[in-house]
Ligand binder design. Structure first.
Ligand SMILES: O=C1O[C@H](COP(=O)(O)O)[C@@H](O)[C@H](O)[C@H]1O
Length: 247
């Protein structure tokens, strides 16, 4: 198990986003292959606003997959790929061919198998994909990716990607990376902003619960674990945090 976690608190979402973009530049520079898994939700806007402005960014070697994806057409505003594509492709920051997407026309079980195959092609010869960087969000209920509290998917250890048909947060049909894949990553960064996340963050980071929330089950086996929070989200924490200001 990873020995430590680092909790970084920023004065504002803008400063958090700048620092996250700089981390992406740092982690991907000097490598011709950078395999990244992105989450949806509020992260899309946060990242899409800052990333294009970030100095030193070279995305040529990037391949971008998704921690989870909703089974809706790419044209639907709920599609995580669709949203990143609309934000980033027109700017020339990434091309469509750099994304590893689900096939939203398939039934959800088949979509999970299809996405698994695409990830196996991205990680040839590896039993488990080992992403260079996984960026996760957190729902106010403690879910991360499409792994929800109390859901049987939390116990899945024999799959890379799992389908879910009863997501408590709409849309109900999704596919998600499983915990073993998330925990195999070289680096995992959680991003959470706003006071609506404060209470759940206290439980995740300081709760020590017998049945941990999904986000509290993320501990990279060999990788690094970072938490990027803004001040309202970190408001209830009493554990040691690093205060950062980058503007
Ligand atoms: O449904 C989802 O929710 C989480 C959290 O979203 P947020 O809007 O509260 O940041 C997100 O990380 C996940 O990818 C998404 O599918």
């Amino acid at each position: 198990m990873s020995s430590s976690r680092q909790i970084c608190v920023f004065p504002s979402p803008a400063e958090l986003a700048l620092s996250l973009s700089q981390l992406l530049v740092h982690e991907s520079q000097g490598t011709c292959s950078f395999r990244l898994a992105l989450s949806g939700g509020s992260l899309v806007q946060l990242l899409s606003r800052e990333l294009p402005k970030t100095a030193g960014l070279n995305t040529a070697g990037w391949k971008v997959a998704f921690c989870d994806e909703r089974l809706v057409p790419f044209s639907d505003p709920e599609s995580t790929y669709g949203e990143y594509k609309r934000q980033l492709v027109p700017l020339g920051l990434l091309s469509e061919s750099q994304f590893v997407t689900i096939d939203p026309t398939l039934p959800v079980e088949e979509a999970a198998v299809d996405y698994t195959k695409k990830l196996q092609e991205l990680f040839p010869g590896d039993d488990l994909p080992v992403f260079d960087l996984v960026i996760l969000g957190i729902g106010p209920d403690g879910h991360t990716a499409s792994l929800f509290p109390g859901h049987p998917l939390l116990q899945v250890t024999d799959k890379v990607v799992a389908p879910i048909s009863d997501s408590p947060k709409p849309p109900p049909q999704r596919v998600t990376l499983t915990l073993p894949v998330i925990n195999a990553a070289k680096m995992v960064v959680f991003v959470a902003t706003g006071e609506g996340k404060a209470t759940i963050l206290k439980r995740i980071l300081q709760g020590e619960e017998s049945d941990p929330l999904p986000a509290a089950r993320v501990y990279p086996v060999h990788g690094k674990l970072l938490w990027f929070l803004d001040e309202p989200a970190a408001r209830e924490l009493t554990c040691p945090v690093e205060k950062h200001s980058v503007l």
